[in-house]
Design a protein around this ligand. Structure first.
Ligand code: AMP
Length: 499
């Protein structure tokens, strides 16, 4: 397999509607996808983008954003989507690291991007207007898909780890093809399926898992600009497949409007990106008659495991490894642990990424001698081969389905006047699953005010990373090796009633 776009086009050629409005009306067809993506590919080429060049995109969700994505694949460029919540400080790092040749952003951000980079900058609004779209009418619709190697990166997605510095995960054309086809089969996509799409498309869940599968199955998708429980429930009767993060399911249940009738046409609900609580699984089943299919994946690997379509779906587990994906659970010495015991989860397969952009040493560290990738997640596996994600070795916090990396925030907080050191942890939050909590040791030279600290952080980082709780302490608890004991802090500061 070479350019994954060819696979998407071959699979979707017989499809009719591609994007439906939130009222279920047809907006774009698969023929439109072919034409529009060709125009974008020509436009990028004309703008000087060569295969392998990075196209950085920070825009609101829109059909045009999707056409641009497929156009990038066709041009052989590396698509690099960014969360719209990122601040200028964060963007400056991404620009320096990725050296994009084209940047597409909202109108309000183009000035910043122009001053911060040498890239050609275009605008694209949530309504699908802007200087990018202005260029389209003069572009040909003649098919154009660049030759690439299947092992070339198609997308770079930034993700962080213990270093706190975001790393660009290079996901290849072959990775995308392999994971898409595996899921198409595992989730038994079929004629007549309609996807209800309410996820962001700057992340693997909304872009690779949701969009790719609709296209590979030539299915229409009802395209919502974001997650709105009322809109999702209104559209469920028109859909057969819905994919959400656990918080979405909690919010849908909270409306009290979910019934077996609203889900009468539905075939499949999937959840992932964070743990789905067994209580949510059970409450959803009681309300709708459907058992959510929980799956597990990550930016670097795509999807690794899934509960089965046929067979038992076990709440609290993420199911067995998908076909073609090998998993190993090992102890600190890399020795496999017995079934039922917790260890570090490693995965291997065609779904696993190529490495971190311009970080060969970091890449080498994360792969073992047999080519297994160290996920950083702690897991166990039962006698039936079902994997449970027990915790995150890397102390990642997932708040409302979005990742917050403690190390990154600690670095920023530690540099603030009046701070000696800090530890950032995740605490149970009724709405977001986890909320960010900062535990700070004051240096004593300046009086620290929580409100000031928070407003300073709001300038520096995206809102979802800003701590929901701040505590001041005299010292951080440490083990004999000098490591901060975050588990002790979590126990100490977990709000009463959440233990
Ligand atoms: P991301 O790279 O943003 O997709 O985040 C990946 C991380 O999300 C994984 O390493 C896991 O820690 C977590 N994750 C994803 N799916 C699940 C799940 N079903 N249960 C528990 N954690 C999950």
């Amino acid at each position: 397999m070479s350019n994954v776009y060819t696979l998407f086009e071959d699979c979707s050629r017989h499809g009719n509607s591609f994007i439906l409005s939130p009222n279920g009306e047809p907006l774009y067809t698969y023929a439109d996808l072919r034409e529009e993506s060709a125009r974008y590919a020509h436009l990028l080429k004309q703008a000087g983008v060569a295969p392998g060049d990075r196209v950085m995109v920070q825009v609101q969700k829109s059909p045009q954003n999707l056409f641009l994505y497929f156009g990038c694949l066709r041009a052989g460029a590396i698509y690099l989507p960014l969360n719209t919540a990122y601040t200028e400080d964060e963007l400056t790092y991404f620009i320096g690291n990725a050296s994009p040749s084209v940047i597409v952003a909202e109108d309000t951000r183009t000035g910043f991007f122009e001053s911060a980079s040498d890239a050609r900058v275009f605008s694209l609004s949530a309504e699908g207007t802007g200087t990018l779209v202005d260029q389209l009418p003069t572009q040909p619709v003649t098919p154009y898909t660049a030759e690439v190697d299947g092992d070339d990166p198609a997308v770079i997605l930034y993700t962080s780890g213990t270093t706190g510095r975001p790393k660009g995960a290079m996901i290849t054309h072959d990775n995308l093809a392999s994971n898409g086809l595996t899921l198409l089969d595992a989730w038994q996509w079929q004629a007549g399926d309609v996807l209800l799409h309410a996820l962001p498309i700057f992340h693997i869940h909304g872009l690779f898992v949701a969009t790719h599968l609709a296209v590979l199955n030539a299915s229409p998708m009802i395209f919502l600009s974001g997650f709105d429980p009322a809109k999702v429930i209104e559209n469920l009767p028109r859909a057969t497949v819905y994919m959400g993060v656990p918080t979405n399911y909690v919010r849908l249940l909270a409306t009290g409007d979910l019934t077996p009738e609203t889900c009468g046409n539905m075939r499949l609900f999937t959840a992932g990106s964070a743990p789905l609580l067994p209580q949510t699984f059970t409450a959803f089943h009681e309300a709708t008659g459907h058992e959510i299919v929980e799956r597990y994946g990550m930016t670097e690997t795509g999807m690794n495991t899934s509960n089965p379509l046929d067979g038992e779906r076990k709440p609290g587990t993420v199911g067995p490894p998908l076909p073609g994906v090998e998993t190993q659970i090992v102890d600190e010495n890399d020795a496999p642990v017995p079934s039922g015991e917790t260890g570090y989860l490693k995965v291997r397969g065609k779904n696993v990424f190529k490495g971190y952009w311009q970080m060969p040493e970091k890449t080498a560290e994360e792969f073992d001698a047999e080519g297994y990738f160290r996920t950083g997640d702690m897991a166990s596996c039962d006698d039936d081969g079902y994997v449970s994600i027990v915790g995150r070795g890397k102390d990642l916090i997932i708040s409302g389905g979005l990742n917050v990396y403690p190390k990154e925030l600690e670095g920023i907080i530690d540099r603030m006047p009046g701070v000696l050191e800090s530890a950032v942890i995740g605490l149970p939050h009724p709405d977001f699953g986890e909320g960010v909590c900062a535990v700070i040791v004051p240096s004593g030279d300046v009086t620290l005010e929580e409100a000031e600290l928070i407003s300073e952080l709001k300038i520096k980082v995206a809102n979802f990373k800003v701590p929901k709780w701040v505590y001041f302490v005299d010292a951080l608890p440490r083990n004999t090796m000098g490591k901060v004991q975050k588990n002790v802090l979590r126990d100490q500061f977990t709000p009463a009633g959440d233990n």
